[in-house]
Design a protein around this ligand. Structure first.
Ligand code: CU
Length: 460
């Protein structure tokens, strides 16, 4: 009898491998220096008579394409602040506060102005057409008033459905983007327990999701060609519906391994990893569209027998869609089933914009590998990392190798639902490198993350 390796161990590997990389979006409040109030380079420099007096400190707003790096800025008290607006993007932006105070910054420019923050705080946005809708919104919150403020919207537009944000919704749980290590050995017995639970999928929005192992996506399972995988899938008595599992990395009879498991039942699904790649697994219980849309999917990485070349960092990113149902209920099947589906959110690793708010730290100049899966259920991914070129792409059995004859490169990896691939690239200088689907209508709906190379600042 082979040993049973609990999913708990797998999850430990996943969670122990990396802790959230950055302590928030990186904004720091700087108290005003006594006597150091001039604003060099500012087009709206405060008059010499008012600048030194009454300025409580500096706040910095960095515009990137296309977001604010600090969507939520907390100041200690109401009053006058110097705003330093830095455009780190490649197109023009502005920072326009609700009281009309505006500073316009061309690409690469830094300017300052003064703004008076009222006790209730104040929102700001970029007024370049389309930019606020794409996510360039933010707020300045006065400490103490912060508790009563609604959660930051992460810059996303209001979801298209009738579901209203709940200000009391629990904060979301950050999904660790680091890819897990290859499982040791050649036979893997994994306990995978289905869990139906509430999950905050975007700030203010809680859905009753169905999960493999308690997370959306389910755990990343990483093996190599030739390995045997035995999944003991358990559907606990607390579940409300039947579930099943379908491993795309396997070659088995659909009506054998993939049959439904009622609450209280379990089943062993055994398969041999015969082809390398990034593969989807998902629940196939009818309507499979609803089970996938409600969270039942995950990634399997099958490495070639000889393994993958060593790189400096590896991440696993699953793109998927949320079609919001009522708060604390499963997602809307009717919305997901539309002939022209309009997801409320398109997300990386389950939560809208989570890596925009918690950038993924990488070493400047290091070689990064990202395993990408488009779990859908309906929308393609045009996976792109702004500021980089993919020098290696392995997608669905097709391979672009580094150093190829002609030095061909790739800008976007296109994945239809259920397709997976591997990209490799380098972030050559300190800075922020946004991760998006280049279907830009979804970038403001949650499909935006950030890689932070070095200290994130290319200018220092
Ligand atoms: Cu299911």
């Amino acid at each position: 009898m082979n040993r049973i390796k609990g999913l708990g161990m797998l999850l430990v590997i996943v969670s122990a491998a990396c802790t959230p990389t950055a302590a928030g979006p990186g904004w720091t409040f700087t108290p005003a220096n006594a006597g150091a109030s001039q604003a060099p380079g500012s087009s709206q420099a405060p008059s010499t008579s008012e600048a030194p007096a009454g300025v409580l400190g500096k706040i910095e707003v960095d515009a990137i394409d296309i977001a604010f790096a600090q969507p939520r800025i907390v100041v200690p008290k109401a009053g006058k602040y110097e705003v330093k607006a830095v455009n780190k993007g490649t197109i023009g932006h502005d920072v326009t506060f609700a009281d009309g105070t505006q500073v316009v910054v061309a690409a690469g420019e830094t300017k300052t102005t003064l703004v008076t923050v009222p006790a209730a705080g104040m929102s700001f946005k970029c007024t370049v057409p389309g930019h606020a809708d794409a996510g360039m919104t933010g707020e300045v919150v006065v400490e103490g008033a912060a508790a009563s403020a609604p959660p930051a919207t992460q810059g996303s537009p209001a979801p298209s459905g009738a579901v209203v944000a709940d200000p009391n919704a629990a904060a979301y749980t950050l999904y660790d983007a680091q890819a897990p290590a290859l499982l040791s050995g050649t036979v893997h017995d994994i306990d995978l327990v289905i869990e139906e639970k509430e999950m905050t999928v975007a700030p203010g929005f809680v859905q009753r999701v169905w999960t493999f192992g308690g997370t959306v996506p389910g755990p990343v399972i990483r093996v190599k060609v030739g390995d045997t995988v035995r999944i003991r899938l358990k559907n606990p008595t607390t579940s409300q519906v039947s579930h099943s599992i379908d491993f795309h990395a396997s070659q088995v009879a659909w009506n054998d391994e993939m049959t439904d498991i009622a609450p209280g039942q379990e089943k062993v699904y055994e398969w041999k990893a015969e082809y390398a790649g990034v593969w989807m697994y998902h629940c196939g219980t009818a309507p499979a569209l609803h089970h996938i849309a409600n969270g039942m999917f995950g990634m399997v990485i099958v490495e070639p027998k000889a393994g993958l070349p060593k790189v400096d960092a590896e991440f696993a990113v699953v793109q998927s869609e949320w079609y919001l149902g009522p708060q604390r209920e499963p997602v809307s099947l009717s919305k997901a089933a539309s002939g022209a589906p309009a997801p409320d959110y398109v997300v990386f690793n389950g939560v809208a914009s989570q890596y925009k708010d918690n950038p993924i730290q990488v070493k400047t100049g290091g070689r990064v590998r990202v395993f990408v899966l488009d779990a859908g259920p309906n929308i393609d991914s045009a996976f792109h990392v702004v500021g980089t070129i993919f020098s290696s792409v392995i997608k669905e059995g097709i391979r672009l190798v580094p150093g190829n004859d002609g030095n061909w490169g790739s800008q976007v990896m296109d994945l239809s639902p259920a397709q997976g691939g591997i990209v490799e690239f380098v972030m050559p200088e300190d800075g922020l490198y946004p991760m998006v689907t280049h279907a830009f209508n979804f970038v403001g709906r949650g499909a935006l993350g950030l890689f932070k190379a070095g200290d994130g600042d290319p200018l220092n």
